[in-house]
Design a protein around this ligand. Structure first.
Ligand code: UDP
Ligand code: MG
Length: 315
């Protein structure tokens, strides 16, 4: 039996693009012959997007439409799509015609050997200075920090095996890090060259400021990955080293005072000793706080990061 495919398309004010995208997407998917569904997630659009989606849904039972109450951002939209997807293989793509549905067959072909296949916009059609250059730097940093080398973390056109998605929690601008997180969990991650088109309608929703958010999110996921299971081990070790050396320094000064009657009140070393002890206690305290947070985090899992207004899905 052929694997079923879910294509998730987050859209925010893309009224002109959606009908064209829907037709070419349907064309490609019909040609491939696998069972499929297309999930449009309307991320609180203020234009005619909701009406257009409703019309498409009415004419095609394989189109699922999720409508957000307000704009929650692309990551939240993708997560909503993941939550409602029923396919064995999940494909995400942009709704502004910048990704090309014609790349999907190649992505799926690669999925025979991988759990995640990430698109690489070799000829990216976005402004150089504000988009491509920051993104090149970001991709380099992300590759170094995560240990998974990808040319283009930011490309939304990606394919995932459903099990990979099911165990990943996302928020902020984190959807781009799924391949890295999946890789940490042991998934096989591949990369495939994809076509990229300039934006034809509407405006890009992002500027330079996103790169900064992307890097901040990188710190979070890296931190969560290495410290979230045992924060006390990470902070506590530093605390013991700092506090321990502070204790030794103070012990040494105490000996000098008690055994040799030396005046230690004006010694800079005294300050250092005290400082190190305080720092050590602080770090251990932070580790314990971290332990508490980890516990709360695990207990509160399952909390959604979006509010759905309605779900249009035909049974
Ligand atoms: N998008 C979204 N919510 C947002 C911003 C963007 O669902 O808050 C969608 C948008 O409609 C598009 C995709 O995410 O389908 C990528 O956005 P955009 O094309 O503006 O990003 P760029 O291609 O400029 O990086
Ligand atoms: Mg775009």
């Amino acid at each position: 039996m052929k694997e079923t495919i879910s294509v998730i398309v987050p859209v925010y004010n893309e009224e002109e693009s959606i009908p064209i995208l829907y037709r070419s997407l349907k064309d490609v998917l019909d040609r491939m012959g696998s069972p499929y569904e297309i999930i449009f997630v309307d991320d609180g659009s203020e234009d005619r997007t909701p009406l257009i989606l409703e019309e498409i849904h009415r004419g095609d039972e394989r189109v699922v439409v999720l409508t957000f109450r307000r704009n929650f951002g692309q990551t939240a939209a993708l997560v909503a799509g993941f939550d409602h997807a029923r396919g064995d293989i999940i494909i995400t793509m942009d709704g502004d015609l910048q990704n090309d549905p014609e790349d999907i067959p190649r992505l799926l072909e690669m999925m025979e050997d991988y759990d995640v296949v990430s698109g690489w916009r070799v000829n990216r059609k976005d402004p150089f200075l504000t988009r491509r250059l920051p993104s090149m730097i970001a991709n380099w940093i992300i590759s170094r920090v995560t240990g998974l080398r990808l040319h283009d973390y930011g490309c939304t056109l990606k394919a995932y095996r459903r099990e990979v998605i099911e165990n990943i929690k996302l928020y902020g601008e984190m959807h781009r890090y799924i391949p890295a997180v999946a890789k940490w969990a042991g998934a096989r991650v591949g990369e495939v060259e994809t076509t990229h088109h300039p934006r034809r309608f509407g405006r890009s929703k992002y500027g330079l400021s996103r790169t900064i958010k992307v890097i901040l999110d990188l710190i979070t996921i890296r931190f969560l990955q290495s410290f979230s299971t045992k924060p006390l081990h990470a902070f506590g070790l530093l605390g013991i080293i700092l506090g321990g050396s502070g204790f030794l320094i103070s012990l040494y000064l105490t000996m000098e005072k008690l055994l040799f009657g030396q005046d230690i009140g004006g010694r800079p070393l005294l300050l250092l000793g005290v400082l190190l002890i305080i720092l050590g206690v602080q770090f251990i305290g932070m580790g314990l706080l971290g332990e508490m947070l980890v516990r709360i985090y695990h207990e509160s899992q399952g909390k959604p990061i979006y509010i759905l207004k309605r779900v249009m899905r035909r049974e």
